[in-house]
Design a protein around this ligand. Structure first.
Ligand code: ADP
Length: 431
């Protein structure tokens, strides 16, 4: 069984953010606990730090169970953190004691970490919230300049706190500027990447159209000619011509499709559709092909799954494309027996998911080839030896589509015994 390809960027980003929120929750609680034991917490810290820690923990859980809520949950969390930091800093400034100096020093150290998290987790609002936090810091510094020097022995502490603030006031703009620059570069990179994809896509679409249109005309003429020709030599020549034209058409379609899937801006739709009907339609599309090879093609759905599979939510066109490619391969690489498509629903960590299995009794794949077959343009020797047509893009397209839908793809296969491709797709209504 092969694992899926690396997780898509969005999923990796979500995992990173889950980890960051969890570490922030544990970190703040640990600091609060140790500071409390040493009497370094203020009345303000007493409740706000555990509340913030609970908030961070909530965010990490939300990232896992409802990632779509993050755009609403993150801004209030960042604003709450900023307010906490500024109020805590203000309280540290007005008090004159060593614990307060410790509080001011540690808070000014924490603020740059806050800027980084704000920029990474909220690219649109990171600069705004960081700028406002910095403005608050600057105001505290100006306030400290006018605050009266305390009587007694605390003037050193007062000066040290002021110096700590001054260092932060001077250094933090560089930090915010650098983060703004990185975010800007990231945005530019994704825009130019998208433009490059669009250019490539336009070129391929044009190329594909220019070649496929005459190709379709050729196929039409071949069919017409076939009606007129009766000699076996001529018919064989015409069949070869038809096969070659069809192959060319399929290759062009695969290449265009594969390129389109490289586009990070490709939109995935969420439709509610009947999966049993979709599988039945696919069977109707492929049954003739199966029968022409003497193979069976059946859909296997447990009776108690029938009703729930009639309303699933996902991108129906993409699901159809995935299953169609897998059935096409199963029929291509099976000589005796048949192909069965199983479908079921499961409950996963993130909610409901549909599982579709395409199983065949074909030539199978050796274990050491299992990882390679998902690479673009890879065709195995066995497939070539069978003289079966293919571009080596079918499974690469399936892998990309499954990744785009946030799912997983596994394959179990044994030479001469057959293959079993399993696709797990989360329901689009989970998020
Ligand atoms: P192709 O156009 O060659 O079918 P794919 O990307 O769909 O390209 O598949 C890559 C290779 O994986 C195929 O050339 C074949 O060797 C192998 N393969 C794919 N599906 C099956 C299957 N169901 N049974 C056996 N081999 C398979």
């Amino acid at each position: 069984m092969t694992p899926t390809q690396p997780w898509p960027v969005d999923a990796r980003h979500a995992h990173l953010m889950t980890g960051v929120s969890l570490l922030a929750a544990i970190g703040t609680l640990l600091i609060w606990f140790t500071d409390r034991q040493q009497g370094l917490t203020t009345a303000w810290d007493q409740w706000t730090i555990p509340m913030l820690s609970a908030l961070y923990f909530g965010i990490s859980v939300l990232h896992v169970i409802k990632p779509r809520c993050m755009p609403w949950a993150l801004p209030p969390t960042l604003i709450a953190t900023s307010v906490y930091l500024l109020v805590a800093l203000h309280l540290a400034m007005v008090g004159q004691s060593l614990p307060k100096l410790y509080a001011a020093t540690s808070l000014t150290q924490l603020i740059p970490v806050f800027y980084v998290i704000a920029f990474v987790s909220w690219p649109r609002g990171g600069a705004g919230i960081s700028g406002l936090t910095y403005a608050g810091l600057l105001a505290q510094y100006l306030f400290s300049l006018h605050a009266p020097m305390p009587a007694g022995g605390w003037s050193d502490v007062h000066q040290l706190t002021q110096k700590t603030l001054l260092a932060s006031v001077v250094i933090h703009p560089a930090c915010i500027l650098a983060l703004s620059f990185i975010t800007h570069l990231r945005g530019q990179l994704s825009t130019s990447q998208q433009e490059a994809f669009k250019g490539k896509e336009r070129f391929l679409a044009m190329l594909s159209h220019e070649i496929r249109t005459p190709l379709q005309a050729m196929l039409g003429s071949i069919d017409l000619l076939a009606l007129k020709l009766h000699g076996s030599t001529e018919t064989r020549a015409l069949d070869r011509l038809r096969n070659s034209a069809t192959q060319l058409d399929t290759h062009l379609r695969d290449i265009t499709e594969f390129t389109r899937l490289e586009d990070p801006a490709l939109r995935i739709q969420a439709d509610t559709f009947d999966l049993t009907q979709l599988l039945q339609d696919l069977r109707d599309d492929w049954i003739e092909r199966a029968q022409s090879k003497g193979l069976t093609l059946s859909i296997d759905i447990a009776p108690d799954e029938q009703t729930s599979l009639q309303t699933v939510t996902a991108d129906a066109t993409r699901v159809r494309q995935i299953v169609s490619n897998l059935i096409s391969n199963a029929l291509k690489y099976t000589m005796v027996g048949g192909v069965t498509v199983h479908a079921s629903l499961s409950r996963q960590q993130r909610g409901r998911a549909m599982t579709i299995v395409v199983e065949d009794s074909g030539i199978g794949i050796a274990a050491h080839h299992l990882a390679a077959i998902f690479q673009p343009y890879v065709r195995l020797e066995d497939a070539r030896a069978l003289r079966v047509d293919g571009s080596g893009l079918g499974l690469a397209v399936v892998q990309r589509l499954v990744d785009r839908l946030g799912g997983r793809l596994h394959v179990d296969s044994h030479p001469d015994r057959g293959s079993r491709f399993t696709v797990e797709l989360p329901m689009a209504d989970n998020g």
